[in-house]
Design a protein around this ligand. Structure first.
Ligand code: GDP
Length: 332
C-alpha cells in the first residue's frame, strides 16, 4: 500500500536530516552562548546555539520543505492538504531545540507523523456506531460505478456479520443492467439476505422495503446500494435525494477508489456537497502506490475515512485509523 509515496517520504526525511546536520556550526562549543545574536535575529538565524542546544531555523528547512511539497503533489495529495502539511511541519520544526550532536531524524519523523495525523482526521468506528445506535441502523452507499461499491457493500456486510451484527442488503441500483444479479451473488456468497425489485423499478421502494423487513425481523443493519450513474447527473442526484428522504439513512457513506487519486477527492467533495456524506470508504488501496486520496480525502471533505479496501476478497477491508496510514507511510 502507498509504496511510491512511502519511499519518497523516506528520501524527504533524509533530506531534512542532512539539512539540519549540515548546518551545525562546528566552531561553537556546546554550553556556550553565541553572544552576538540579538533576539530579533534569533528567529531567522539558521541555528542558534544556546547552552549546548541547536534551534532549528526557517532557512535550513526551506529546501527539504520544498522537496516535501513536490513529493506530496506528485503523489496526488490535494493542494490545500499539501499546504496544511507543510504549514504543520514548519510550525513543529522551526524553533525546536535539540542537543548538539543529536541526530535530527527523530525530530523530523515526529513532526511529519504529527502533521500527517493532523490532516488524516479521526477515522470512524462502524462497530462502535452500530452498537450504540437505535436499530435498524440504516446506511446508504453512494459513489460512481466501477470503483468497487457493490463489492464494498458485501465486504461491509461480511465485516458486520463477523462481528455479531445481523445485516440485510437493499439492492438500490435498479438502473444498471446486471447490478441486481451482481449484488445478489455477492450477498449469497457472504450469506446475507438481499431485498430487490426488478430492474428499472423505483430504488426508493426497495430501500423502504428493506428497512421494513429489518424492523419486522429484528435485523441490526440495513446496507443500501445505490446507482452510480443515471440518465444524467441531475437525475442521479434527484434519485439519491429521494432515496435519502424515503430511507432516512443514519449514515451516508461515499465509496471511491484510492487509485483515482485527486479525482476521487474531487468527486468525494462533489457528492458531499450535493447529497451529503458522513464517512468515506476508499477501495483498491492495495493497488495504490501514491496514497494521495487516502491522505487528502478526510481533510478535504471534512468527514472521516471509515474503511480501506485492500483486495478482491470479502475480508479485504481494513477499518481505517490515521495511525494505520501514518505507520504505513513512515514505518512503525
Ligand atoms: P462497482 O461498479 O462500483 O459496484 O464495482 P464492483 O464492486 O463491481 O468492483 C469493480 C472491481 O473492483 C471488481 O473486480 C472488484 O473485485 C474490484 N475491487 C473492489 N474493491 C477492491 C479492492 O479493495 N481492491 C482490489 N484490488 N480490487 C477491488
Amino acid at each position: 500500500m502507498f509504496d511510491g509515496l512511502k519511499q519518497k517520504l523516506r528520501n524527504v526525511q533524509e533530506a531534512f536530516g542532512s539539512s539540519l546536520m549540515a548546518e551545525q556550526p562546528s566552531s561553537v562549543e556546546p554550553g556556550k552562548q553565541k553572544e552576538e545574536s540579538p533576539p530579533s535575529f534569533a528567529r531567522k538565524v539558521k541555528i542558534l546555539v544556546t547552552d549546548g542546544e541547536l534551534v532549528v531555523g526557517e532557512k535550513e528547512i526551506r529546501a527539504p520543505l520544498q522537496e516535501l511539497e513536490m513529493v506530496l503533489l506528485e503523489n496526488d495529495v490535494a493542494l490545500p492538504v499539501t499546504d496544511e502539511i507543510l504549514r504543520a511541519v514548519r510550525e513543529r520544526l522551526v524553533g525546536t531545540h535539540r542537543r548538539v550532536g543529536e541526530s535530527p531524524d527523530l525530530l523530523v519523523r515526529k513532526a511529519l507523523r504529527e502533521s500527517l495525523l493532523q490532516v488524516l482526521g479521526k477515522g470512524f468506528d462502524l462497530l462502535e456506531y452500530c452498537n450504540g445506535h437505535k436499530k435498524p441502523v440504516r446506511i446508504l452507499f453512494t459513489g460512481v460505478n466501477g470503483t468497487g461499491k457493490t463489492t464494498t457493500v458485501a465486504k461491509v456486510g461480511h465485516y458486520l456479520k463477523e462481528h455479531g451484527c445481523s445485516v440485510v442488503i437493499a439492492s438500490g441500483d435498479t438502473f444498471r443492467a446486471g447490478a441486481l444479479e451482481q449484488l445478489a451473488i455477492h450477498a449469497e456468497r457472504v450469506g446475507i439476505r438481499v431485498i430487490q425489485h426488478q430492474q428499472g423499478g423505483d430504488p426508493s421502494a426497495v430501500l423502504y422495503d428493506a428497512v421494513e423487513y429489518a424492523g419486522a425481523h429484528g435485523v441490526d443493519v440495513v446496507l443500501a446500494d445505490s446507482a452510480g450513474r443515471f440518465h444524467n447527473r441531475v437525475n442521479l442526484m434527484n434519485q439519491l435525494e429521494k432515496m435519502k428522504r424515503v430511507m432516512d439513512p443514519d449514515l451516508v457513506v461515499y465509496v471511491d477508489e484510492a487509485v483515482a487519486g485527486n479525482d476521487a477527492v474531487i468527486r468525494a467533495q462533489e457528492f458531499a456537497e450535493l447529497v451529503g456524506t458522513d464517512a468515506v470508504i476508499l477501495t483498491k488501496a492495495d493497488m495504490d502506490s501514491r496514497g494521495g486520496a487516502a491522505v487528502s480525502v478526510a481533510h478535504t471533505v471534512g468527514k472521516p475515512i471509515m474503511f480501506l479496501g485492500t483486495g478482491q476478497g470479502y475480508s479485504d477491508i481494513l477499518p481505517f485509523t490515521p495511525e494505520l496510514v501514518v505507520s504505513e507511510l513512515l514505518g512503525a
